[in-house]
Structures are given as structure tokens and as C-alpha cells.
Ligand binder design. Structure first.
Ligand code: RFL
Ligand code: PHB
Length: 389
């Protein structure tokens, strides 16, 4: 088989890139290790920046998003029960949309199926070759047979544990990483959200987040130690812990219920440099990881592939490699800006085992500064809604 761009991974990065290339008349195949149902079963992000919403609209996959997505003008912060609302709309004239990653993925998969674009699910043992030359190749196994795809470019959209970044020679890549000594235990529940907007809560017992997927489905998280096991968290234990970390009035109005999904995600900050290696490009979680506190991972993935699609369109349309040559620098600029913001939100809101009294006083001072300074609030608003200089 031959294609112009082989896309490894059918997460948001791979599927968005596939759609953008399709619109540009560039042939692409998506190769995914898991089944489509497995990909759709992963509960992940919930917040879209305006620029992501705009891109999904531009790609014509907005029908359900426009009907079901919920615009939020701001978020609430809570610090040991003291509340502070950050009103993005009023501060900087922008807002965000609550629409689950699962839904974005489903919309993109449906659009791909409708247009007949080629996707190969349940492809095992994917290997990539010759991306330092002009004719890269991919091999994989499916239904007991081995297959090969020849292509012009490989888009590594295969997440943090994928094969793309792992195939780059060690000396060609620099990795920057911070692993946090905690994770997020998340619960999905069919109950109306406790508040109209998201609540990010710092508490001595640990961070908590009240989020949502719709007016009748809520998503909640609590910070847990890195060694915690999900089976040790009954629903009752989860709800008790969440309530203990919220402002008492809010805790009182929280509607709990049987969890329909419960999982623990570790928190890390991670950046690979560069993100282009000859004819291989890394995008999304394959290139960088942020802790979920800033709601950025999905939006970064969409940003990267928009840059890549523009670069590839220039290559095929105008025979110019200028976009390809600057892809890495453009992605890394956005990456580090967003890494900083996600790190900052994380260190403000979480309880650090080694933070000590000094660390706790600094966190309180940071929160009080936000409460007192419109400029500090604008900075948060600008970054949370997506800063594009
Ligand atoms: P994905 O979604 O991991 O998709 C990669 C795909 O590649 C496949 N794959 C392979 N395929 C073939 N061969 C191989 N060798 C392969 N190895 C892997 C995988 O099966 C998978 O289908 O990466 P992508 O597309 O870069 O998308 C990134 C986002 O998924 C991620 O950044 C976000 O979910 C992060 N995130 C959030 N981002 C936001 O923008 N807003 C949020 O509110 C938000 N909340 C979150 C989050 C992530 C979380 N977790 C679980 C880490 C909340 C949580 C709890
Ligand atoms: C979510 O709804 O899953 C969510 C929302 C905001 C975040 C992280 C996760 O910062």
C-alpha cells in the first residue's frame, strides 16, 4: 500500500490531522493499535479552547458539538473553602467550551467513516523505518498477516507510550521531564454537576476538581498519592473525600451516585525536543505531556496537527518545505508556554508532600494575589482560554 502521509494513532491528534489533510486533498491512512470502541471508551479531557472549537467548525465536525457543547464564561477557584471566580469573558473577552474528548473523537471517527477515508484499527506491532530518507515505511500486523505502507511522511500521533518517539535515535532527541508525586482519581457519574462552572479546589487534604460532560453527567477528580490503587477507592470513600475538600456549602449540594467510570491518571510534565526528525513528525502526547490541571493536553494536540497540516499543505501545494522546516520551532514555542501554565496551575492547587509550611504560605499568597489583582486574573484567563501571540 502507498499513501502520502501515514498517521500513527487514532486519538484526537491523528483523527484531526486526518480530517485536515483530507480537506487539503492529501492522501492519508490512520493506523491505530486499538479498536475504535476501545479508543472511545477512554475518558479523558473535557475542555476545548475557542481555537479548538473554531478548528472543529472549520473542519465541518461541529454539528453535535454546537448542539451539545456548553460554553463557560469562567471557572471557580477554591482555596481551603474560600471561593474566587475568574470571569474570562469579562476579563479578556474569551471563553471555553465543555465538550468531552470522547465526543470529539466520535465526531471525527464518524466523519472519517462517512467520507470513506482509510483507517486501520487493531494494527499490532507497528514499526517505522527510513524516516531520515525520502521514502519512509511502516509495517504492522493485522489479522495474522504482515502489511507494509510506503509514504512520504509519518505523523507520530500515537500518544506518550507510542512507537514514534521511541523509534528516534537517543542522541537525536532531548527529553525534559517532571513527575509529580501524585495522580488524579477520576469518577464519572450520571448526576447534574454541582455548579454551573468548573471548580478547581486547593485543600490541605489535596486538590479536587468538579467538572462535567453535560447538564446531567459530571466528572470529579481528587488528588491521590502515586501508590494509590483504584480498587481501594469505593464510591463512598471517593464522595466523602471530595466533599471534605470543597467549600461546605458546595459539598452539601453535591449529588453523588454510582460511578460509571473510575480511574487514576499519574501527573507529569514532559517535553521532547525537537519534534521533527527528517520525515517523521511528533504531535500531541507523543511530543509532550502536561498535568491536566490547565485542561491543555487535547488543545495542544489540536494545535500541533493544525501546524503540521499547514506545513504539509505548503509542501504539496506550493512545493515549499518552509513550513516543515519550522514545524518543530513553532510547536515547541506553544509547548513550553503551555507547559509553564500547566505547571503553575498544578503547583498552586495541589498539596505537595514535601512542600512544608513555606510552600503552603506561598500557595496562599499566590491565591490571594489572584484575588486582589485583575492583571493576575487576566494572565490566568489568557492562558486558560489559550494564548496565541
Ligand atoms: P492519545 O489520545 O493518547 O492518542 C494516541 C493514540 O495512539 C494509539 N497508539 C498506537 N497506535 C498504533 N501503534 C502504536 N504503537 C500505538 N501506540 C499508541 C493509542 O491507542 C491512541 O489511540 O494522544 P493524542 O491524540 O496526542 O491526544 C492527547 C490527549 O488525549 C491528551 O492530551 C488529553 O486527554 C489530556 N487531558 C486533557 N486535555 C485537555 O485539553 N483538556 C482537559 O480537560 C484534559 N483533561 C486529560 C484530561 C488527560 C487525562 N488523562 C487520563 C491523562 C484529564 C485526564 C484525567
Ligand atoms: C475534565 O472534565 O475531565 C477536566 C476538566 C478540566 C481539567 C481537567 C479535566 O483541567
Amino acid at each position: 500500500m502507498r499513501t502520502q502521509v501515514a498517521i500513527i494513532g487514532a486519538g484526537p491528534a491523528g483523527l484531526t490531522l486526518g480530517r485536515l489533510l483530507e480537506a487539503a486533498g492529501i492522501d492519508a491512512v490512520v493506523i491505530e493499535r486499538r479498536s475504535a470502541d476501545y479508543v472511545l471508551g477512554r475518558i479523558r479531557a473535557g475542555v476545548l479552547e475557542q481555537s479548538s472549537v473554531d478548528l472543529l467548525r472549520q473542519m465541518g465536525v461541529n454539528q453535535r458539538m454546537d448542539a451539545e457543547g456548553i460554553f463557560h464564561d469562567g471557572v471557580e477557584l477554591s482555596f481551603n473553602g474560600d471561593m474566587l471566580r475568574i470571569n474570562f469573558q469579562e476579563l479578556i473577552g474569551r471563553r471555553v467550551m465543555v465538550y468531552g474528548q470522547t465526543e470529539v473523537t466520535r465526531d471525527l471517527m464518524d466523519a472519517r467513516a462517512a467520507s470513506g477515508a482509510k483507517s486501520i484499527y487493531e494494527a499490532s506491532n507497528v514499526q517505522i523505518y527510513d524516516f531520515d530518507g525520502e521514502t519512509p515505511r511502516i509495517t504492522f500486523d493485522k489479522d495474522g498477516q504482515s502489511h507494509q505502507i510506503e509514504c512520504d511522511f509519518i505523523a507520530g500521533c500515537d500518544g506518550f507510550h507510542g512507537v514514534s518517539r521511541a523509534s528516534v535515535p537517543e542522541k537525536a532527541i532531548s527529553l525534559f521531564e517532571r513527575i509529580y508525586p501524585f495522580g488524579w482519581l477520576g469518577v464519572l457519574v450520571d448526576q447534574p454537576p454541582v455548579a454551573e462552572e468548573l471548580i478547581y479546589a486547593h485543600h490541605e487534604r489535596g486538590f479536587a476538581l468538579c467538572s462535567m460532560r453535560s447538564h446531567s453527567r459530571s466528572r470529579y477528580y481528587v488528588q491521590v498519592g502515586s501508590s494509590e490503587k483504584v480498587q481501594d477507592w469505593s464510591d463512598d470513600r471517593f464522595w466523602d473525600e471530595l466533599r471534605a475538600r470543597l467549600n461546605p456549602e458546595i459539598a452539601e449540594s453535591l449529588k453523588s451516585g454510582p460511578s460509571i467510570e473510575k480511574s487514576i491518571a499519574p501527573l507529569r510534565s514532559f517535553v521532547a525536543e525537537p519534534v521533527r526528525f527528517g520525515r517523521l513528525f511528533l504531535t500531541g502526547d507523543a511530543a509532550h505531556i502536561v498535568p491536566p490541571t490547565g485542561a491543555k493536553g487535547l488543545n495542544m494536540a489540536i494545535h500541533d496537527v493544525a501546524e503540521l497540516a499547514t506545513a504539509l499543505s505548503e509542501f504539496y501545494g506550493e512545493r515549499s518545505s518552509a513550513g516543515i522546516d519550522t514545524y518543530s520551532a513553532r510547536v515547541l514555542e506553544n509547548t513550553w508556554r503551555t507547559e509553564r501554565f500547566s505547571w503553575w496551575m498544578t503547583q498552586l492547587l495541589h498539596t505537595f508532600p514535601d512542600g512544608g509550611d513555606f510552600g503552603r504560605r506561598i500557595q496562599r499568597a499566590d491565591f490571594d494575589y489572584l484575588g486582589a489583582s485583575r492583571i493576575a486574573q487576566q494572565s490566568l484567563a489568557e492562558n486558560y482560554t489559550g494564548f496565541r501571540p
